[in-house]
Design a protein around this ligand. Structure first.
Ligand SMILES: Cc1cc2nc3c(=O)[nH]c(=O)nc-3n(C[C@H](O)[C@H](O)[C@H](O)COP(=O)(O)O)c2cc1C
Length: 365
């Protein structure tokens, strides 16, 4: 059975209705999180950006107002010494009785990394990430003080008394470069991908599994696959497509006004994941059943940007295509954040689960 993920939003600002300089709205944050909990989402990703809020305090707030929902804390290794991160994550995990996952971002953009003092090359950033994951896992289970002496970290006799609730905290890695496949395939519990067509997604899954095998992991211990979409859904196909075009118009207009996620004259993205999305977008607007790419182009593929457009049933069937392909976790968020999360919770999540239950939890063939 796939698990569902949404993204956390600290206030009512959305990409289609931006509220410039909005600060955290604690009421909204709690309401959004409680809705995810009530409608059966399994996780919410608390994202990281050099200019944005601290994911640990946002995550703690969400965990304090929810019962089952887990938080996925996005973390860039350059921003926190690994022993500090190990304790911070384990602290949050204890406070929430084991509801914490960490999502690692090696860093896809040199300019973005430089904003917080990180001048390593991308390959080095992935090398550092590899070290970081190993240090965290050692800290989460080692009873004895230990030393570390590698290219990126050196310390002596670190001793940790803050253990996660249920063993090591699940580690997720996202990206689409060779280095992302290598580090995530060899070390991650979860591997995050953005929304690509079925064929390309399958190719990426095969690459990740091949790297896992190369690292000596048995098939039973391969990373779980996470795919990400931005569904635009309505009662009928016609209404959904009308809504999709309205959304695109607003995204385009907002970007021209400088209110988009990417500035109007943004350079081509450096991270491979975004480059791949833009290449696919250039091939045509719709891929497979309902995968829609104009939202990718309109936002310069800044973050997860591939839409799925259609009736509730079309979205359900599209998501089931990815489950059949091997997706274990499905991230869905729309453009009208809270209302879309509720819509999916009412009409999409239950139907996906019901269909799989009827099929006996397995794939279609
Ligand atoms: C599911 C998912 C979630 C991500 N969340 C973030 C995030 O919160 N902040 C961020 O800067 N990058 C995020 N990323 C981007 C990548 O982790 C990042 O760009 C990566 O280090 C480099 O990408 P590349 O290996 O494709 O070149 C996310 C990626 C995926 C697939």
């Amino acid at each position: 059975m796939p698990e569902f993920i949404s993204l956390t939003f600290p206030n009512a600002s959305t990409e289609i209705n931006p509220i410039p300089n909005a600060s955290i709205d604690p009421e909204y944050l709690a309401r959004y999180a409680r809705n995810l909990d009530d409608y059966g989402y399994n996780y919410t990703l608390v994202p990281y950006d050099s200019s944005s809020y601290d994911p640990f305090t946002i995550g703690a707030t969400i965990l304090s107002v929810t019962k089952k929902l887990k938080v996925i804390i996005a973390l860039r290794p350059n921003t926190l010494y690994p022993t500090v991160a190990a304790k911070a994550l384990a602290t949050l995990d204890q406070l929430s009785s084991g509801r914490v996952v960490v999502h690692f971002i090696a860093g896809g953009s040199d300019a973005e990394q430089a904003k917080e003092g990180d001048f390593l090359s991308k390959d080095e950033r992935y090398g550092r990430l590899e070290d970081y994951i190993k240090i965290l896992r050692r800290a989460w289970k080692s009873d004895e003080p230990f030393d570390w002496d590698s290219k990126y970290y050196q310390f002596k006799q670190f001793s940790n008394r803050v253990r996660p609730t249920n063993g090591p905290i699940p580690v997720s890695v996202g990206g689409s470069s060779d280095e992302a496949y290598r580090v995530g395939g060899s070390l991650a519990d979860i591997f995050g991908l953005w929304g690509e067509p079925l064929k390309e997604t399958k190719e990426q899954i095969d690459r990740i599994y091949a790297e896992a095998a190369k690292a000596g992991r048995p098939d039973s211990d391969r990373p779980r696959i996470w795919v990400t979409f931005r569904p635009i859904v309505a009662e009928t196909e016609e209404l959904a497509w009308a809504k999709a075009h309205r959304t695109l118009d607003v995204l385009t207009a907002n970007r021209a006004l400088g209110q988009g996620k990417a500035p109007p004259n943004a350079p081509a993205p450096q991270n491979v994941g975004s480059q791949r999305l833009l290449d696919i977008a250039a091939r045509g607007e719709v891929q497979d059943r309902a995968l829609w790419y104009p939202t990718v182009t309109a936002t310069n593929a800044r973050g997860a940007s591939t839409a799925l457009v259609g009736s509730h049933q079309t979205i359900v069937e599209s998501l089931l295509d990815y489950v059949d392909l091997g997706a274990d976790l499905i991230s869905i968020r729309g453009y009208d954040n809270l209302n879309d999360a509720i819509d999916y919770g009412r009409f999409v999540l239950p139907k996906v689960r019901e269909t799989l239950q009827e099929r006996g939890n397995g794939a279609s063939n």
